[in-house]
Write a protein that binds this ligand. Structure first.
Ligand code: NAP
Length: 276
C-alpha cells in the first residue's frame, strides 16, 4: 500500500481493550505504524492486548479511566501537554449496550449512565482535546455511533437516543470544521463482540443475533478502509444498510415490522420489551 494520511500519526482511541476498538487500534499500529494511546477501564483486558501485540506493543500505550467523567478528560489533556504528546486523531469508540427494555422500565440513573458513556464522553473528549488536535497538520475526530442512530426500535430507546445524539453532534461538527479537520461518524450494524454480555442472549437468541452480525475483523477492516479514504459517513453491515434505506423510506412501517418480528421470535432477549 502507498502512502496514507494516517501513516505514523498519534491516535487516541477509547474502548481499546476489546471488540471494535481493540481491532482498529491493532490495525492502525500494524498497517499504518500509528502511535496509539488506548483508553479503557479494565487493566486486565488492556494488558492482555499489550501481550498480544508482541513487538508492536512499543507503539501502544494506555490510560485507564472512565470516559463518562468530564474531569478525567481534562486531566488526560493535561497529561498529554505535560508529556509533550501531540495527538493527531481522536477516535471515540467506547460504548455500552443496555439491556433491551421498555422505555418506562429504564431508571433515570440508567438512562443518564448510558448517555454519559455513549454520548457525553465524546462531548467531553472533543471539548478537552480539539484545540490540541487542531495543531496537527492532519487532525481528525472519528466517532463510533451505531445503526441504532439510523432507526430506533422497540426496546432500544436509551441506546438509540445516545447514538442518535452522537451522530447529530458529529454531523454538525463535520460541517463546522470542514477544511480544517476530518470529522466522521460510523454506524456499524450488529458486530460479533462481547457487547451483548449483559443481555439474556443465549441459545436461540445468540444464534439469531450471530446470524445477522458482521464478524468483528470484517467490521474493523471496513472501518479502517473508511478512515484511510476519509469517508464522512460510514454505514457498515447488512442490517445497518437495511435500516438506513427503509428507515428513510418508510420509518413507521419498518419500525412496526421489526417489533412484530421481535415479538414473534419469543426470545428471552426481548422478554422485557413485550411482556405486559
Ligand atoms: N458490537 C455491536 O454490535 C455494535 C454495533 C453498533 C455499534 N457498536 C458500537 O461500537 C463501539 C464498540 O463496541 P464493541 O462492540 O467493540 O463493544 P465491547 O466489545 O463491549 O467493547 C467496548 C469497549 O468500550 C470500553 N468502555 C466501555 N465503557 C467504558 C467507560 N465508561 N470508560 C472507558 N471505556 C469504556 C470497554 O473497555 P473496559 O471494559 O476496559 O472499560 C471496551 O474496550 C461502541 O460504541 C458500540 O456502541 C457496536
Amino acid at each position: 500500500m502507498g502512502q496514507c494520511w494516517i501513516d505514523n500519526k498519534t491516535v487516541i482511541i477509547t474502548g481499546a481493550s476489546a471488540g471494535i476498538g481493540k481491532g482498529v487500534a491493532e490495525a492502525l499500529i500494524k498497517k499504518h505504524n500509528c502511535k496509539v494511546i488506548g483508553i479503557a477501564r479494565s487493566k486486565e483486558k488492556t494488558e492482555k492486548f499489550v501481550e498480544e501485540l508482541g513487538d508492536y506493543a512499543k507503539n501502544f500505550s494506555y490510560k485507564l479511566f472512565d470516559v463518562s467523567s468530564k474531569e478525567n478528560w481534562f486531566e488526560f489533556a493535561e497529561y498529554l501537554k505535560e508529556n509533550d504528546i501531540h495527538p493527531d486523531v481522536l477516535i471515540n469508540n467506547a460504548g455500552i449496550l443496555p439491556k433491551f427494555n421498555k422505555t418506562q422500565n429504564y431508571s433515570i440513573e440508567e438512562i443518564e449512565s448510558v448517555m454519559n458513556i455513549n454520548f457525553y464522553s465524546a462531548v467531553y473528549s472533543i471539548n478537552a482535546l480539539l484545540p490540541m488536535l487542531l495543531e496537527s497538520s492532519t487532525p481528525a475526530v472519528i466517532n463510533v455511533a451505531s445503526s441504532a442512530a439510523l432507526m430506533s426500535l422497540a426496546g432500544t430507546s436509551t441506546y438509540s437516543a445516545s447514538k442518535g445524539a452522537l451522530k447529530s453532534f458529529t454531523e454538525s461538527l463535520r460541517e463546522e470544521l470542514r477544511g480544517k479537520c476530518y470529522v466522521t461518524v460510523i454506524c456499524p450494524g450488529f458486530t460479533k463482540t462481547d457487547i451483548f454480555r449483559n443481555q439474556e442472549n443465549t441459545g436461540k437468541g445468540e444464534k439469531m443475533i450471530n446470524a445477522i452480525s458482521t464478524d468483528c475483523d470484517r467490521m474493523v477492516n471496513m472501518i479502517v478502509n473508511g478512515i484511510e479514504n476519509k469517508k464522512e459517513l460510514m454505514v457498515f453491515g447488512f442490517d445497518a444498510q437495511f435500516m438506513k434505506i427503509f428507515g428513510r423510506i418508510t420509518p413507521v412501517t419498518v419500525g412496526r415490522l421489526f417489533s412484530a418480528v421481535m415479538k414473534a421470535s419469543k426470545l428471552p432477549l426481548f422478554d422485557n420489551v413485550f411482556k405486559d
